[in-house]
Design a protein around this ligand. Sequence first.
Ligand code: TK8
Length: 336
Amino acid sequence: MRFTFALAGTLAALLTATAVQAQDFKPRIVRFGYGLVDESNQGRAVRFFAKEVEKATGGKMKVRAIGNASLGSDTQMQQALIGGAQEMMVGSTATLVGIAPQMALWDTPFLINSAREADALLDGPVGERVKATLEPKGMVGLAYWENGFRNLTNNKHPVAKLEDMNGIKLRVMQNNVFLDSFKALGANAVPLPFSELFTALETRAVDGQENPYNTVLSSKFYEVQKYLTVTNHVYSPWIVTVSKKWWDQLSPAEKKVLQDAAVKSREFERKDTRDEAAKALAELKQKGMQVNELAPAEAGRMRDKLTTVHASVAVSVGQDLWKQAQDELAKVRAAK
Ligand code: TK8
């Protein structure tokens, strides 16, 4: 008798669970856009995310991974998300600064010195606070993924000292902190969407650019760039965002699936990116790039120039957020 009750209870629970599931997940197509090529750390992570979501919804929600900026540049996709014409994207936080000014925190040169500091700051209260500023603007931020530490490439000459930056026409992201930083270093900085970068380098409309090793490799910049200077001048995050218009139509269960999958993919993506970055420099040398490390004194001179932009970042993101970030970093550094 007791056994029968127990069995009936389990059956009832199972049936309820199935009923809830069927209601909770509607058939949906999610267009998830990104800027890099399919065979990049970005592409691999979006496909990982797609699989997670399909698994968790029993195939109800289908995520289309659409790379190569086929849906537009970062800023174009952001507008599509805000307008509700596209569901999801991943791209640089730097291109969001026009919409959410506090994102400029992540553009601060030499703010973050290690992967450990990056993870603690981005996944902690500071990262949450900055992420939350997107929602009133029409986008929901789910998780930060890693773009990585940025390094300089160019086609003119090796950059061994500060003065070598003079006269280099350098593509930067569409963002004032990057523009000001590279102007401070003496480069002729030109903002350009990533989707136009390869052609601009190839046709020599610009001489150089800066991005993590992973991207120099996956986007084949080594084909059109001779010199690489190890600068690690800034840690650059990507952020996974959802159209708020679309998000508001989802059930709590659907939202949870997307949120959980974004975090799970973050773990996959960071590991993949770090593994690839560790090997990428050797590969880039093999492909013919001439790589140089800056002498410590020259790195120091560049660093001094770049830290002049710190005060203006603090003003544009607000002293309170700036201080919170510094305090958090001090905590992480002390906990070594
Ligand atoms: C990809 C970009 C890229 C970024 C850039 O869409 O623009 O240089 O580093 O990753 O977001």
